[in-house]
Design a protein. Sequence first.
Length: 292
Amino acid sequence: DHRDLHSFPTRRSSDLFWVWVFFFIGFGFKVPVVPFHTWLPEAHVEAPTVGSIILAGLLLKVGTFGMLRFMLPWLNYYTYRLQSLVFVLALFSVFYASFIAIRQMDMKKVIAYSSVAHMAFVVMGLFSLTYFGLIGSYYTMLSHGIVASALFFLVGTLYDRYGTRNLSYLGGLVVMMPVLAFLFFVFSLANIGFPFTSNFIGELLIILGVMGKNLFVGIWSLFSIVLPPIYTMWLYNRIFYGRLSSKLVGFSDLNIMEFSLSAILLSLTILLGVSPGTLTHYVEPFFVKLLF
C-alpha cells in the first residue's frame, strides 16, 4: 500500500503555514540542518566527552522527534506541499556537511559534521512520508545515537591520553592501542553504513522511501552515501596509521571500564544491524497508525 500522509484530511490556512515555518526553523536548529548547523561543531569542540555523548546521543534527536510527533500529523497539508523544498534542503545539508568534514583537522569536528549529514538524511526520510522512510528515519536516529556516541567516547579517550584532537600530531597509534584501533574501525564501518551494522539498515530504508516518493532525490541520495567512507576512513587512517611520533609512545590502551562501555555500544550496533526486527517490531504499529 503506497498511501502516505497526503491521504489524511488536511486543513489549509495562512496561519498554519506560518506555524509550519516556525516549527521547521525551531526543529531545524535542533537537528540541525544547513544553514542552522553552525552551532553544533563548536558545541562539540568546547564540550567535554560526556557533553558530546549526550548531545549526539539524545539532544539532536529532539528536533527530528518534534518533526515526527508534531509537524507530520498536525500540519500535514503544508508538510506535503513543501516536501520538495525540504528534500532539497536536506540533500544540500548532506553534501555540504560531508565536504566540510573532509577538510577538518579536529577529530571532534569531523564527527560533528558527520552528525549533520546523518541527521539531514533522517529529515529526508521523515518528509518522504512513506512507511519505509519513516521506519528508516526512526532506525537511523537510534543508530546514530549509538555510533556517534561511541566515536565521541573513543575520541575522548585519545584526548585524555595525548591532550590533543589535532590530526597533525597523531598517527601510527595502532601500534600503541590495538584494541582501541579495532573498536574505532568497527564504529567507523558503522558510521559509513557498512552491511551488518545498524546504520546500514536505517539508510537503506530511507533511500527506499525517498525513491518511492521522488526518484531524482533518491538517486542523489545514493550518490551522497559515497562521501561518508571518504572522511571517516581518512580520519581513521590519520589517527592509527602512518609514522608513530616518539611523543606518542608510552601510553596505555583502553582500560577495563573504557573497553566495557565500548563493547556494550558495539553489541547494540551489531545486534540492530543483524536483527532489525528487534526494534521495528515495536515501533511499526505507531507508523502504521500515523500513515493509514
